[in-house]
Design a protein around this ligand. Structure first.
Ligand code: AMP
Ligand code: FE
Ligand code: FE
Ligand code: ZN
Length: 282
Protein backbone atom coordinates (compact mmCIF):
# COMPACT_ATOMS: atom_id res chain seq x y z
CA UNK A 1 0.00 0.00 0.00
CA UNK A 2 1.35 3.41 -1.03
CA UNK A 3 -0.11 6.09 1.23
CA UNK A 4 0.71 9.82 1.00
CA UNK A 5 -1.16 11.96 3.53
CA UNK A 6 -0.30 15.55 2.56
CA UNK A 7 -1.16 17.22 -0.77
CA UNK A 8 -2.47 20.60 -1.88
CA UNK A 9 -4.75 21.62 -4.76
CA UNK A 10 -5.64 25.04 -6.15
CA UNK A 11 -8.24 25.29 -3.39
CA UNK A 12 -5.17 26.66 -1.58
CA UNK A 13 -1.63 27.02 -2.95
CA UNK A 14 -1.31 23.89 -5.10
CA UNK A 15 -1.37 24.34 -8.88
CA UNK A 16 -3.78 21.49 -9.83
CA UNK A 17 -7.51 21.16 -9.31
CA UNK A 18 -8.59 18.62 -6.67
CA UNK A 19 -9.59 16.18 -9.46
CA UNK A 20 -6.18 16.59 -11.09
CA UNK A 21 -4.43 15.91 -7.78
CA UNK A 22 -6.32 12.57 -7.64
CA UNK A 23 -5.29 11.81 -11.25
CA UNK A 24 -1.67 12.68 -10.41
CA UNK A 25 -1.89 10.40 -7.35
CA UNK A 26 -2.99 7.54 -9.62
CA UNK A 27 -0.06 8.20 -11.97
CA UNK A 28 2.29 8.22 -8.96
CA UNK A 29 1.02 4.74 -8.10
CA UNK A 30 -0.61 5.78 -4.82
CA UNK A 31 -3.41 3.76 -3.19
CA UNK A 32 -4.38 6.52 -0.75
CA UNK A 33 -3.83 10.29 -0.90
CA UNK A 34 -4.92 12.99 1.53
CA UNK A 35 -6.11 16.34 0.23
CA UNK A 36 -4.90 18.82 2.86
CA UNK A 37 -5.47 22.33 1.57
CA UNK A 38 -4.60 25.23 3.85
CA UNK A 39 -7.57 26.31 5.98
CA UNK A 40 -10.13 24.88 3.56
CA UNK A 41 -12.10 21.71 2.82
CA UNK A 42 -13.65 23.14 -0.35
CA UNK A 43 -11.86 20.55 -2.50
CA UNK A 44 -13.21 17.44 -0.76
CA UNK A 45 -16.33 16.98 -2.88
CA UNK A 46 -14.54 17.21 -6.22
CA UNK A 47 -11.71 14.95 -5.01
CA UNK A 48 -14.22 12.38 -3.69
CA UNK A 49 -15.86 12.12 -7.12
CA UNK A 50 -12.45 11.77 -8.76
CA UNK A 51 -11.43 9.04 -6.28
CA UNK A 52 -13.82 6.64 -8.00
CA UNK A 53 -12.62 7.34 -11.55
CA UNK A 54 -8.92 7.42 -10.59
CA UNK A 55 -8.99 4.31 -8.41
CA UNK A 56 -7.25 6.11 -5.53
CA UNK A 57 -8.75 6.40 -2.02
CA UNK A 58 -9.20 9.92 -0.67
CA UNK A 59 -8.33 10.81 2.91
CA UNK A 60 -10.21 14.08 3.52
CA UNK A 61 -7.94 16.50 5.33
CA UNK A 62 -6.87 20.08 5.88
CA UNK A 63 -3.76 21.95 7.04
CA UNK A 64 -4.61 24.47 9.74
CA UNK A 65 -2.32 27.50 9.98
CA UNK A 66 -1.42 28.21 13.62
CA UNK A 67 0.94 30.56 15.44
CA UNK A 68 2.38 30.36 18.94
CA UNK A 69 2.37 33.36 21.26
CA UNK A 70 6.10 33.78 20.47
CA UNK A 71 5.10 34.19 16.81
CA UNK A 72 6.32 30.81 15.56
CA UNK A 73 4.32 29.37 12.64
CA UNK A 74 2.90 25.87 13.17
CA UNK A 75 1.02 23.82 10.58
CA UNK A 76 -1.45 21.30 11.91
CA UNK A 77 -2.81 18.58 9.64
CA UNK A 78 -6.35 17.50 10.39
CA UNK A 79 -7.80 14.28 9.03
CA UNK A 80 -11.42 13.11 8.97
CA UNK A 81 -12.90 16.08 10.85
CA UNK A 82 -16.45 17.32 10.38
CA UNK A 83 -16.02 20.16 7.85
CA UNK A 84 -19.07 21.93 9.28
CA UNK A 85 -18.01 21.96 12.93
CA UNK A 86 -18.78 25.57 14.00
CA UNK A 87 -15.74 26.15 16.26
CA UNK A 88 -13.17 24.93 13.76
CA UNK A 89 -14.97 26.60 10.85
CA UNK A 90 -14.93 29.93 12.70
CA UNK A 91 -11.15 29.78 13.24
CA UNK A 92 -10.26 28.83 9.67
CA UNK A 93 -12.63 31.48 8.33
CA UNK A 94 -10.90 34.11 10.47
CA UNK A 95 -7.53 32.91 9.17
CA UNK A 96 -8.73 32.93 5.54
CA UNK A 97 -10.13 36.46 5.86
CA UNK A 98 -6.95 37.67 7.50
CA UNK A 99 -4.86 36.03 4.74
CA UNK A 100 -6.66 38.26 2.23
CA UNK A 101 -6.00 41.58 3.99
CA UNK A 102 -2.45 40.50 4.84
CA UNK A 103 -1.72 39.69 1.19
CA UNK A 104 -3.13 43.06 0.13
CA UNK A 105 -0.86 44.83 2.62
CA UNK A 106 2.18 42.82 1.51
CA UNK A 107 1.48 43.64 -2.14
CA UNK A 108 1.16 47.34 -1.28
CA UNK A 109 4.68 47.48 0.16
CA UNK A 110 6.11 45.10 -2.46
CA UNK A 111 4.71 47.33 -5.20
CA UNK A 112 6.98 50.15 -4.01
CA UNK A 113 10.00 48.08 -5.10
CA UNK A 114 8.72 45.61 -7.70
CA UNK A 115 6.43 45.69 -10.76
CA UNK A 116 3.46 44.08 -9.03
CA UNK A 117 -0.24 44.86 -8.71
CA UNK A 118 -3.06 43.24 -6.74
CA UNK A 119 -4.65 42.16 -10.04
CA UNK A 120 -1.44 40.31 -10.96
CA UNK A 121 -1.73 38.30 -7.75
CA UNK A 122 -5.46 37.58 -8.04
CA UNK A 123 -4.83 36.29 -11.57
CA UNK A 124 -3.09 33.27 -9.96
CA UNK A 125 -5.79 32.51 -7.38
CA UNK A 126 -8.67 30.15 -8.14
CA UNK A 127 -12.07 31.56 -7.07
CA UNK A 128 -12.56 31.17 -3.32
CA UNK A 129 -9.10 29.70 -2.76
CA UNK A 130 -7.09 30.25 0.42
CA UNK A 131 -4.63 33.01 -0.43
CA UNK A 132 -0.98 32.63 0.48
CA UNK A 133 2.48 33.89 -0.27
CA UNK A 134 2.81 31.32 -3.10
CA UNK A 135 0.24 33.32 -5.09
CA UNK A 136 2.30 36.49 -4.62
CA UNK A 137 5.32 34.43 -5.70
CA UNK A 138 3.47 33.41 -8.89
CA UNK A 139 2.90 37.07 -9.73
CA UNK A 140 6.59 37.84 -9.12
CA UNK A 141 7.50 34.95 -11.46
CA UNK A 142 5.11 36.27 -14.13
CA UNK A 143 6.69 39.71 -13.77
CA UNK A 144 10.14 38.19 -14.34
CA UNK A 145 11.40 39.22 -10.89
CA UNK A 146 12.21 35.63 -9.84
CA UNK A 147 12.55 32.31 -11.66
CA UNK A 148 10.14 30.27 -9.52
CA UNK A 149 8.32 30.10 -6.17
CA UNK A 150 11.39 28.64 -4.45
CA UNK A 151 13.50 31.65 -5.44
CA UNK A 152 10.77 34.01 -4.24
CA UNK A 153 10.65 32.25 -0.86
CA UNK A 154 14.44 32.24 -0.58
CA UNK A 155 14.55 36.01 -0.87
CA UNK A 156 11.59 38.38 -1.10
CA UNK A 157 8.90 36.33 0.64
CA UNK A 158 10.70 34.58 3.52
CA UNK A 159 9.27 35.12 6.99
CA UNK A 160 12.50 37.04 7.72
CA UNK A 161 11.89 39.49 4.83
CA UNK A 162 10.90 43.10 5.47
CA UNK A 163 7.88 42.55 3.22
CA UNK A 164 6.56 39.71 5.39
CA UNK A 165 3.36 40.34 7.35
CA UNK A 166 1.78 37.55 9.44
CA UNK A 167 -1.93 36.69 9.22
CA UNK A 168 -4.30 35.74 12.01
CA UNK A 169 -3.83 32.16 13.16
CA UNK A 170 -5.04 30.28 16.24
CA UNK A 171 -2.69 28.97 18.91
CA UNK A 172 -1.61 25.37 18.08
CA UNK A 173 -3.06 23.82 21.26
CA UNK A 174 -6.39 25.55 20.60
CA UNK A 175 -6.35 24.22 17.04
CA UNK A 176 -5.63 20.68 18.31
CA UNK A 177 -8.63 20.92 20.66
CA UNK A 178 -10.89 22.21 17.88
CA UNK A 179 -9.82 19.45 15.45
CA UNK A 180 -10.55 16.86 18.15
CA UNK A 181 -13.90 18.50 18.95
CA UNK A 182 -14.74 18.22 15.24
CA UNK A 183 -13.99 14.48 15.32
CA UNK A 184 -10.69 14.96 13.50
CA UNK A 185 -7.21 13.54 13.94
CA UNK A 186 -4.60 16.29 14.55
CA UNK A 187 -1.07 15.62 13.23
CA UNK A 188 1.75 18.16 13.59
CA UNK A 189 3.00 18.90 10.02
CA UNK A 190 6.77 19.13 9.33
CA UNK A 191 7.48 20.04 12.99
CA UNK A 192 11.24 20.59 12.67
CA UNK A 193 11.30 22.39 9.30
CA UNK A 194 13.88 24.93 10.46
CA UNK A 195 14.59 26.30 6.98
CA UNK A 196 11.08 27.83 6.90
CA UNK A 197 11.55 29.85 10.08
CA UNK A 198 11.80 29.32 13.83
CA UNK A 199 10.66 25.94 15.16
CA UNK A 200 8.80 25.31 18.41
CA UNK A 201 10.33 24.21 21.69
CA UNK A 202 9.40 21.62 24.28
CA UNK A 203 6.58 23.62 25.85
CA UNK A 204 4.59 23.84 22.60
CA UNK A 205 4.89 20.07 22.09
CA UNK A 206 3.68 19.52 25.65
CA UNK A 207 0.74 21.91 25.22
CA UNK A 208 -0.27 20.28 21.93
CA UNK A 209 0.04 16.75 23.35
CA UNK A 210 -1.99 17.73 26.43
CA UNK A 211 -4.65 19.16 24.09
CA UNK A 212 -4.93 15.83 22.24
CA UNK A 213 -2.31 15.81 19.49
CA UNK A 214 -2.55 12.42 17.75
CA UNK A 215 0.53 12.29 15.58
CA UNK A 216 3.72 13.71 14.09
CA UNK A 217 4.62 14.04 10.41
CA UNK A 218 8.19 12.74 10.54
CA UNK A 219 9.13 11.73 6.99
CA UNK A 220 8.86 15.07 5.19
CA UNK A 221 11.65 16.58 3.09
CA UNK A 222 11.77 19.73 5.23
CA UNK A 223 12.49 17.81 8.48
CA UNK A 224 16.28 17.49 8.89
CA UNK A 225 17.54 14.04 10.00
CA UNK A 226 18.60 15.14 13.53
CA UNK A 227 15.11 16.48 14.12
CA UNK A 228 13.55 13.20 12.96
CA UNK A 229 15.37 11.26 15.71
CA UNK A 230 13.96 13.66 18.29
CA UNK A 231 10.46 13.24 16.81
CA UNK A 232 10.72 9.42 16.81
CA UNK A 233 11.61 9.47 20.51
CA UNK A 234 8.78 11.88 21.27
CA UNK A 235 6.30 9.69 19.38
CA UNK A 236 7.42 6.57 21.25
CA UNK A 237 7.25 8.35 24.60
CA UNK A 238 3.71 9.66 24.07
CA UNK A 239 2.32 6.89 21.86
CA UNK A 240 1.80 9.30 18.95
CA UNK A 241 1.21 7.95 15.46
CA UNK A 242 3.77 8.89 12.80
CA UNK A 243 3.33 9.74 9.14
CA UNK A 244 5.41 10.33 6.03
CA UNK A 245 4.16 12.51 3.18
CA UNK A 246 5.14 14.59 0.19
CA UNK A 247 3.41 17.96 0.78
CA UNK A 248 2.73 18.03 -2.98
CA UNK A 249 1.87 21.45 -4.47
CA UNK A 250 1.71 20.52 -8.19
CA UNK A 251 4.32 22.52 -10.09
CA UNK A 252 4.52 25.02 -7.20
CA UNK A 253 7.19 23.00 -5.36
CA UNK A 254 9.66 20.25 -6.28
CA UNK A 255 7.90 17.84 -3.85
CA UNK A 256 6.60 14.76 -5.71
CA UNK A 257 3.61 12.61 -4.73
CA UNK A 258 4.79 9.44 -3.00
CA UNK A 259 8.30 10.74 -2.20
CA UNK A 260 7.49 9.88 1.44
CA UNK A 261 4.92 7.32 2.55
CA UNK A 262 2.83 6.45 5.62
CA UNK A 263 2.55 2.87 6.89
CA UNK A 264 -0.82 1.06 6.61
CA UNK A 265 -1.10 0.53 10.38
CA UNK A 266 -0.79 4.30 10.88
CA UNK A 267 -3.58 4.84 8.35
CA UNK A 268 -5.66 2.34 10.34
CA UNK A 269 -4.99 4.29 13.55
CA UNK A 270 -6.11 7.53 11.89
CA UNK A 271 -9.28 5.88 10.60
CA UNK A 272 -10.02 4.42 14.04
CA UNK A 273 -9.69 7.87 15.66
CA UNK A 274 -11.48 10.06 13.08
CA UNK A 275 -15.23 10.35 13.47
CA UNK A 276 -16.18 13.50 11.56
CA UNK A 277 -15.72 12.18 8.00
CA UNK A 278 -14.68 8.96 6.27
CA UNK A 279 -12.04 7.84 3.78
CA UNK A 280 -13.58 7.69 0.29
CA UNK A 281 -12.61 4.37 -1.30
CA UNK A 282 -13.02 3.87 -5.07
P1 AMP B 1 1.64 31.49 3.76
O1 AMP B 1 0.59 30.44 3.96
O2 AMP B 1 1.12 32.64 3.02
O3 AMP B 1 2.35 31.87 5.03
O4 AMP B 1 2.75 30.82 2.84
C1 AMP B 1 3.34 29.61 3.24
C2 AMP B 1 3.18 28.58 2.16
O5 AMP B 1 4.16 28.80 1.19
C3 AMP B 1 3.39 27.17 2.66
O6 AMP B 1 2.18 26.51 2.74
C4 AMP B 1 4.23 26.50 1.63
O7 AMP B 1 3.49 25.56 0.90
C5 AMP B 1 4.64 27.57 0.69
N1 AMP B 1 6.12 27.62 0.63
C6 AMP B 1 6.95 27.78 1.67
N2 AMP B 1 8.23 27.75 1.23
C7 AMP B 1 8.19 27.53 -0.10
C8 AMP B 1 9.17 27.39 -1.12
N3 AMP B 1 10.47 27.47 -0.84
N4 AMP B 1 8.76 27.17 -2.38
C9 AMP B 1 7.45 27.12 -2.66
N5 AMP B 1 6.47 27.25 -1.75
C10 AMP B 1 6.84 27.46 -0.49
FE1 FE C 1 1.39 25.38 0.99
FE1 FE D 1 2.74 23.11 5.79
ZN1 ZN E 1 1.32 21.53 3.32
Amino acid sequence: MRIDLHAHSNVSDGTETPADVMASAARAGLDVVALTDHDSTAGWAEAAVAAATCGVALMPGMEVSCRTEEGISVHLLSYLHDPNHPGLLEEITKAKDSRLSRAERMVTILAEDYPLTWDDVIHHVAPGATLGRPHIADALVAAGVVEDRSEAFASILTSRSRYFIPHYAPDPATAVELVRAAGGVPVFAHPVASARGRIVGERTYRDMIDAGLAGLEIDHRDNPEEGRDFLRKLAAEHDLLITGSSDYHGTGKPNLLGENLTLPDMLARIEALGTGAAVVRP
